[in-house]
Each structure stands twice: as structure tokens, then as C-alpha cells.
Design a protein. Structure first.
Length: 166
């Protein structure tokens, strides 16, 4: 689902890395450092990288609810990120930009602004596993999400990411 900070034109070599913040670096109550990366689909494939400017706060670990924002913003200005389903062994997470609030023919959707928007399938492996993507998409649909908003990401010709934590 395109969102302002990840338009469909940047759906190449996309990854997100979430790590525990360094001790003592918990500005505004954030507990996680977030590193996002994407590249333009069209050559010359300019990259868009968040660097170390994005942070997250765990709102409710039991239900997988996070808030994510630029580190300099107080958390009340952050956007919701909900881990809807997760399987460490299979290597996937289904992430929603908060609660779906819009009805659509295919199910419910989140908004389309910067916050409270988006639906993503995260996988640990860079190479696409079609069966896994299909399985997680079906999980999203079974939970009432409109999966027509999911867009393919081309990660086939990317530099290998050696350490990514979901």
C-alpha cells in the first residue's frame, strides 16, 4: 500500500530494521532504533534511506503494538504500527499501520496519510518466497484486510542485507 514515505515508485530493495535502542538513548520514550531503506524502481535506482532518524516505542508488547516516528518528535505525534501476525520460525510478520478504518470492496483498509496507514508483509529472507507471501496475504484477508493494497517489491538485484531484525 503506497504511503507518503514509501510511494510505489520506490518499491525496490526495500527493508526495515528494528533494533533495541542503545542504552541511554531513549529520547521521548522510544525503545527501538528503526532503519528504513528503499530504492527507486526506475534506473538509476536512487536510494532513500532513513539513516538513524527513525525511532519506535513499544505500546503493548503482548498485542504487538508500536508507535514509530522521527526520533526528534514526541511519541504522541508518532504513527501506529501493529504486528497483526508473526512467526519467527517461518520468518514473517504482517504489519498494519494501525487499525483499519476504511471499508472497501475487498475488506478494510487503513488510512492513506503519513500516520495510521499502510499494510506490509515483512519477511526475513531477501529472496521472495511466493508461497510464504501468499500464506501471509491469506492471513491478512482472513482478518478482514483488503489485500488488494499490497504491492510487490523487487528485491532481486539488491545488495545483500547481512543483519535485519524484525
Amino acid at each position: 500500500m503506497p504511503v507518503p514515505y514509501l510511494p510505489a515508485t520506490e518499491n525496490r530493495c526495500v527493508y526495515a530494521d528494528y533494533k533495541l535502542a542503545k542504552k541511554g538513548y531513549q529520547t521521548w520514550g522510544y525503545e527501538l532504533d528503526v532503519h528504513n531503506h528503499a530504492e527507486d524502481v526506475a534506473a538509476p535506482h536512487a536510494f532513500h534511506d532513513s539513516g538513524s532518524f527513525i525511532c519506535a516505542r513499544i505500546v503493548d508488547a503482548a498485542t504487538g503494538k508500536l508507535e514509530v516516528a522521527p526520533c526528534f518528535l514526541p511519541h504522541f505525534l508518532s504513527g501506529a504500527y501493529w504486528v497483526i501476525d508473526y512467526n519467527e520460525e517461518e520468518g514473517y510478520a504482517l504489519i498494519s499501520g494501525g487499525a483499519p478504518t476504511h471499508s472497501a470492496p475487498g475488506g478494510c483498509r487503513t488510512g492513506d496519510g503519513t500516520n495510521n496507514s499502510g499494510l506490509w508483509i515483512f519477511t526475513r529472507k531477501q529472496a521472495r518466497e511466493e508461497a510464504l507471501v501468499k500464506k501471509v496475504s491469506e492471513i491478512a484477508a482472513s482478518k478482514g484486510f483488503d489485500v488488494s493494497v499490497l504491492l510487490d517489491v523487487d528485491n532481486t538485484a539488491c545488495n545483500e542485507v547481512t543483519e535485519v531484525t524484525v
